[in-house]
Design a protein around this ligand. Sequence first.
Ligand SMILES: Nc1ncnc2c1ncn2[C@@H]1O[C@H](COP(=O)(O)OP(=O)(O)OP(=O)(O)O)[C@@H](O)[C@H]1O
Length: 636
Amino acid sequence: MTSRSRGKASGPIGRSRGNGEGAAGRSRGNGEGLAGRLRRNVPGVAGAVIVALMAVLAVVGPLVWGETAGRIDAAHILQGASPGHPLGTDNLGRDLLARVLVAGRFSLLLALAATLIGAVAGVVLGALPSVLPRRGARLATGTVNALVAFPGLLLAMFTAVVAGLGARGAVLGIGAAIAPGFARLTQTLAATVAGADYVSAARMLGVPRRRILTRHVLPNIAEPLILNLTQALGGALLGLAGMSFLGLGVQPPDFDWGRLLFDGFPRIYVTPEVALGPAAAIALAGIGFNLLGDALARAAARTSVPAGEEAPPAVAPAGEPDPGALLEVRDLTVTFPGGVTPVRELSLTVAPGEIVGLVGESGSGKSLTAAAIGGLVPYPGAVTYAALRLGGRDMATLSDKELGTALAMVFQDPLAALNPALKVGGQLAEVAVVHEGAGRAEARRRAVDRLGHVHLPEPARRAAQHPHELSGGMRQRAVIAMGLMGTPRLIVADEPTTALDVTVQGQILRLLRELVEETGAATLFISHDIAVVGELCDRVVVMYAGRVVEELPADRLAAGAAHPYTKALIASLPALDTDRSKPLAGIPGTQPAPARVGPGCAFAPRCALATDRCREERPVLVAHGPGQRVACWEVK
Ligand SMILES: Nc1ncnc2c1ncn2[C@@H]1O[C@H](COP(=O)(O)OP(=O)(O)OP(=O)(O)O)[C@@H](O)[C@H]1O
């Protein structure tokens, strides 16, 4: 089983793989989880081993060496290394090796406390702009900006002095120094998630800001924040050691590694080992936490399923590629944190020159299916599949150039798909420059040619204009033309005509059909409108609550549809002779939310034919007539 996601879209067509390692866009190779990826990361393994050793030391150190560390020996004060005292002794003759081993617990506990204080304060501060009214949000953002700009060590020292010398002051100081980093990270991540449609939807529904934050934003940004803790722990350890070394931290008779270093430093030229022992412990622990934190972050950046969450069930390998399919999708699943699975084990194929319509009501998972095919599922979405092949090749193995020229994606809103600051021709040309290394002049010439190809009047003039100077239909033509800058073998069009009026919609559909016939590209056409799909497409795939419920040739839609949901969709279409005085036939009830899909048929609660079996056992797709498959227990 393989999975992937290529991060955010850079553009509508000729898209790039995005920021694979960034916060947005995660992928997961060969079904391997975070632990598996971590195991193959040698520095990560080294970090994990060091951290584990430190944890063991923190537990057993004081128990085993506690007594030795406190034993005063007036006969052996201020000695250098000897067989009896490998790191020498202090001014009371106490064994420094034992003290270093014992100090591990206190050092680590202080670092943990400082990190937790910093993380909690930072996350609260970073989240404030999301919950406060505008003026308060601005103030919170300004505070974070100012704190981030303030040197961390100064902030730590200032807080420590104000809070009072000693371990408590040092912990608060380091916590204060860590907090701005967490606040900035929280703010940035929250801003990423805040733009997601589901957050906008919750806002529109009047969900209070605090609930949006706790229910929609924080769970989706928890993973990077938690990963950041490990690295922050390493930083806190070093910071606390620094504070103790400056005399601002732990005070006698307590001691941590920083204090031991402080005490040993004046003797460094005479008996360097007395200072090197605690210094080595600090360095080793710091390196260990940083290596582990770094490896965890990297592993998670390639892991689609957030830590701690159950991975989607493994599926059987998809076997050999389907020779008749240009696009082959097998058991595609898209998951979001919190058990939200909007696309479930979806399989479909599209042959060269074929237009397959993916239809279903809003929220059925159509757009996420398109996004998963294009590698554009937004963070923190996770994509897994048994097969996702283009021309028989795993799409994850295609280079940016191959994918950029072979896959054309057309979205619903052409204005959002075009950069408002750039001229249309320049944006089209960029595809040829980036993916094919074409010269600027040649790329621009080709852009004008392609704009003409999609019947855009005065293509040269239009190429020199900005997107806002074009009408909606023209923009959509420009977006389609962008797809033609390469040699598209697959076109994925997600509701490309929904934002357009009926006349322009007809023109764009005709243009798509024309281009498919001309280029032989396989086309996945996504729409909620079964009438449009029936008219344009060769084959129709009907989705409900993330699953395919029926698949059939388009010309059999009217007479041969078998699934009660498909039939209901067709029945809800108004005809010219529909009696306008009566309400339109609708489908009673609503589609279940992705997190609430039960074990049986998801359509059962709305289905007049549903039986107990439908409610308990999910029907699988089975053949039903030529080219048709249906998932329904009641269709015989
Ligand atoms: N980032 C996300 N996090 C959590 N849930 C999401 C996210 N993006 C989409 N969803 C959910 O996944 C479900 C399917 O979304 P999708 O956009 O694929 O539906 P759709 O069939 O294309 O609907 P529409 O026609 O309205 O665009 C919806 O319930 C949506 O709320």
